[in-house]
Design a protein around this ligand. Structure first.
Ligand SMILES: [Zn+2]
Length: 252
């Protein structure tokens, strides 16, 4: 299945039946969209090709709220649900990714570092975030300053998780209930603090797809980066994840 999918460059995701029937949810994780060829970036043309692929495949982009409600059985998720996420809130998300998302009518979620927002030129401003939210993009928390949470004492972990939530809520005017752990690292203790502070779920960089067996505070994602063979790797990553599961390489 995986090989056939890649080699044929199938025009839809029907070959991946668990995605097609909505029982597994693909959560893509991006950082920068520009032509810097750095480890965190993906070229603009590659990003557009990937978004076109998702749109042509009939994927339905969902929000973290819909993911949560779907996993809880409160709503029925559409077939081929995909959650497109970006970490850190780089300015190129606004300049380069946003026009492409709009062009293909795709929604996305960006995890923001509020202490960097409207402060560093490489990161978006509050005004830009508000414009994104008015156009189908969901903003959530990536902690206040992007520290390595597991190295911090409890009171600082609480500050990072709570102050980012509060600041984003004040600026954007809606509840912030989802978190992406900086660098993807977490443990049960940090997850417990996030839950105490009112978060409903948190995303890791653990490679895999989300399903009803997923831990809400250790949600899997599929990271997409620039490589010498970016598009080949993209197709492999989204098509082969089932094989990874079969081999037991992911999940807790
Ligand atoms: Zn980050």
């Amino acid at each position: 299945m995986g090989l056939g999918f890649y080699h044929s460059r199938a025009q839809n995701l029907n070959e991946i039946t668990e995605i097609a029937d909505g029982s597994k949810i693909l959560v893509l994780n991006y950082h920068q969209v520009d032509n810097k060829n750095t480890s965190l970036s993906i070229n603009i043309s590659d990003f557009e090709a990937q978004m076109k692929f998702l749109a042509d495949s009939g994927c339905v982009t969902i929000t973290p709220d819909e993911l949560y409600a779907g996993l809880n059985g409160e709503i029925e998720l559409p077939p081929k649900p995909v959650l497109i996420t970006f970490d850190d809130g780089y300015i190129d998300n606004y300049k380069n990714a946003f026009p492409i998302l709009k062009k293909y009518n795709l929604r996305a979620t960006i995890f923001i570092i509020p202490a960097f927002t409207s402060v560093y030129p490489n990161y978006m401003t509050w005004e830009q975030l508000k414009e994104l939210e008015a156009n189908g993009i969901t903003i959530e928390s990536h902690t206040l300053t992007h520290p390595k949470l597991e190295e911090l004492p409890d009171d600082e972990i609480r500050n990072e998780l709570l102050n980012s939530k509060t600041l984003l809520e004040e600026q954007l005017g809606h509840p912030i209930e989802f978190l992406a752990y900086p660098t993807g690292t977490y443990n049960l203790h940090i997850a417990g603090i996030a839950q105490d502070l009112g978060y409903k779920g948190a995303f890791t960089i653990k490679y895999g797809v989300v399903d009803k067996g997923s831990n809400f505070f250790a949600l899997e994602r599929v990271p997409i980066f620039h490589t010498p063979t970016t598009m080949k790797d993209f197709y492999e990553r989204i098509a082969w994840r089932q094989s990874f599961e079969e081999f037991g390489w992911i999940k807790k």
